[in-house]
Design a binder for this molecule. Sequence first.
Ligand code: UDP
Length: 491
Amino acid sequence: GFGDGKPHFVLVPLMAQGHMIPMVDLGLLLADRGVSVSLITTPFNASRIRATIGQAREAGLPIRFVELPFPCAEVGLPEGLENIDAATNMEPMAAFFRATSLLQRPLEQYLREQSPYPSCIISDLCHPWTREVARNLQVPRLTFFSICCFTLLCLHNIWHYKVYDDMPDEHEPFAVPGLAERIEVTKAQAPGFFDMPGWEKMAEEVREAEFAADGIVVNSFRDLEPIYIEGYQKAMQKKVWTVGPFSLRNKSVAAMAARGSRASVDTGQCLSWLDSKKPMSVVYVSFGSLTRMNPSQLMEIGLGLEASNHPFVLVIKKSETSEKVEEWLSAGFEERIGSRALVIRGWAPQVMILSHPSVGGFTTHCGWNSTLESIAAGVPMITWPHFADQFLNERMVVDVLRIGVSLGVKQPTYWGTEAAHSAVSRDDVERAVRSLMDEGEEGRERRLRAKELGEKAREAMEEGGSSHANMTHLIEHYTRHAMESMESNGA
Ligand code: UDP
């Protein structure tokens, strides 16, 4: 059970699917090792992961999901905006980021009364206010952000070498300074995450909180990016703990079907559809939890996949469905593709699909979770970044790891804006799928590299592997620290 002289780690995720999901995995990984975990959430976000919470309880894991009320209305946010995916554009999103600091006082109050007292806080990089909480409670604070060391180091170097101070054209490609490899991006692609009102100030706070942290937890593994892990650690002058890929914790179908949200398909049906396909023949197409494709872009994707002649799974989010989309799907498309394709409307059991042997490719927006889930499953990618860290992640996949085919998108696209949405044509999609699934040498080598990385990922998480060992050291380090500070406080 919870407590009983065990170390107590407090996890504070940002309320966004791409941040919550890996933090929940991290919490479960820690609880598996006997650490008592308090994962801070809100009523709405907890309701999405009821099944996961139930599974953890049934397994008797020492993890608590603490629901602090999030007063949306009080700060002028629409009702229900307890998760970033409820934000329809950049204004409410910026307001949401600011509003998260309302959790500071209730969190501090809650933690003060807890026994066992917290050993450390692991908070999302986007919660700079947790710095105060940790300081007031006198506990160490680690940051976590589901992003790789390659991208963290690129962002750090762009800032450190003041690259943007003298950058007249935001679409002019430049080489990221201070790296061993030549990596080109533009300022528009890598503005330092978001291009939203008030971001500059927020980015400054985030950076300060990153520097002030006692350590940094990263969802990555040693063999994936050794020089970048070392480079980032050197730049930050503090311990960087790579303890991933977190997604590999989800082994059972039940765990995979409940990850992040309840799956919108029957997992049994989904698995038997996958079983009916040839090994490595299926392309899985999904763009994470936040991007929003407009109807005409969705149709181009669908028609390109149809023309590729490969079986595919296409995920269409609730926020992307409309009368127009439904009409197009039912007026011939679904009939033509028949059992060759599976269209999932809503939330897909992504890790379950990616880890099925029939899946041979993933068309992704390069969110780091999706990217690493693909790597962990040994699946090569077609890359279509939209915003935030995604363009840099694309460079990691295509240039550094060489396990991806780029769709060549250059312009960022933010959801809720009218920006260049139909950036990709059906021909582009067809070409990319054919190139990724190609039987020739290039395709074969790409597939081989992806498979090898998948094996290394699994090894890292097994007993004796690098991530497993880092996790042991992380737990020991902060358990010892907590005991020492208790002793010095005369307790
Ligand atoms: N995801 C999922 N089903 C979906 C869409 C997304 O399970 O239908 C999960 C996916 O496996 C990943 C997360 O949601 O863990 C998305 O995170 P990512 O960093 O890839 O992208 P973001 O949503 O933050 O843009």
